[in-house]
Design a protein around this ligand. Structure first.
Ligand code: GLY
Length: 353
């Protein structure tokens, strides 16, 4: 049988068996160990932590569990900040960024500005496992994904198209090419512009052997300049782990994390012995200290944006921290999944921007 035929047979057999392309590149199952597992995620990751914990208890690798967990949100058309249904760039095209890191091998892979592929985190794992590189972008990342059997789909849903169109028609103060519509706003659009939402999903998993895996996946900044890449696919910025120490990741304004390599900062702070909460707060304070551009500061000089951090130590302690109050994170401690409060630097809620 030719390789191509083998591949087609495998893919149709996988589909028939209910296996998805997100499983491509997954590690073999292991017998479960004795350590209490923990899975953490951002607030949009309650189903993610449930799925990842179920897989870890069945002996999955922690990175595979994290990837399958975030795949639920990547496929969810109602989450406009990740994967399918993500808010597009200024041209109306959805561009996805994602990265993965694997504790036992200290391996990592990522993709950026990837179009038309629903599961960029699974593609990032293949970059880690099937190339000698860490990051593929744009057209090259798409060709690589297709080479491994991922199918192209239009990631723009009707809801995300309507939201983008409203932004395009109302954005430029002096731009009269697109007069705003006279008719009632679609409720989907009204709700979206009522409270500015932020998203992205991070997931870090500690398995029953004390091994770590993590991923961050996103559609990035709403209406971004085509080709803009945030922190999510950059190891050290939107995620980082060291299997001897712990794992960390972030959601929120990516540029602040790129300028501070915040996830690396958190893991290094945990290595020095700081608690997860204090380590995450160190990254928060670093962002405040380095945020010099007046356009990014409120009248009191504080950042006019939010960034949230999530971290877990190798011995299973975890915390979240953000600049502004009200952030939550999802946690599964082996018994149940729940949303818990993140610590915050300021007592006020995040400014809308
Ligand atoms: N943190 C996601 C982004 O800035 O793209």
């Amino acid at each position: 049988m030719s390789d191509a035929l083998n591949r087609r047979t495998f893919l149709s057999a996988s589909a028939a068996a209910g296996l998805s392309l997100t499983a491509l590149g997954a590690m073999p199952q292991k017998p479960t160990g004795k350590i209490r597992p923990i899975v953490i995620s951002s607030a949009n990751g309650l189903e993610t932590v449930k799925k990842a914990m179920e897989m870890i208890k069945a002996g999955a690798d922690p990175l595979d569990a994290a990837i399958e967990g975030v795949a639920i949100v990547e496929a969810d058309p109602k989450d406009n900040t990740v994967g399918y249904g993500g808010i597009p760039n200024e041209d109306g095209v959805v561009e996805l960024d994602a990265a993965v890191m694997h504790g036992p091998t200290h391996g990592g892979g990522s993709v950026a500005s990837l179009r038309n592929i629903m599961h960029p985190a699974a593609v990032a794992r293949l970059v880690m496992k099937r190339t000698d590189h860490c990051l593929l972008v744009g057209e090259g990342a798409l060709r690589f994904a297709k080479m491994h059997g991922f199918k192209e789909i239009d990631l723009l849903t009707e809801d995300s198209r309507k939201i983008w169109l409203h932004w395009k028609e109302t954005n430029g103060k002096d731009d009269d090419r697109f007069p705003p519509p006279d008719d009632e706003l679609d409720p989907i659009v009204r709700e979206f512009f009522g409270i500015r939402k932020h998203g992205t999903i991070h997931c870090s998993a500690l398995d029953t052997h004390g091994d770590l895996g993590c991923t961050t996946t996103t559609s990035g900044l709403f209406y971004k300049i085509p080709g803009r890449v945030g922190d999510s696919p950059i190891m050290g910025a939107g995620l980082f782990l060291d299997n001897e120490v712990g794992s960390a990741g972030s959601t929120g304004r990516g540029e602040a994390n790129l300028l501070n390599l915040s996830s690396h900062t958190i893991v290094e702070a945990m290595r020095r012995g700081l608690s997860p909460k204090d380590a995450a707060m160190e990254a928060v304070k670093r962002i405040v200290a380095t945020n010099k551009a007046p356009r990014n500061r409120d009248p009191k000089g504080r950042p006019n944006f939010d960034v949230k951090f999530y971290c877990v130590t190798k011995d299973g302690r975890y915390a979240g921290a953000s600049l502004w109050a009200g952030a939550k994170m999802a946690v599964h401690d082996g018994d149940s999944a729940k949303l818990v409060d993140c610590a915050s630097l300021y007592d006020e809620k995040a400014p809308e921007n």
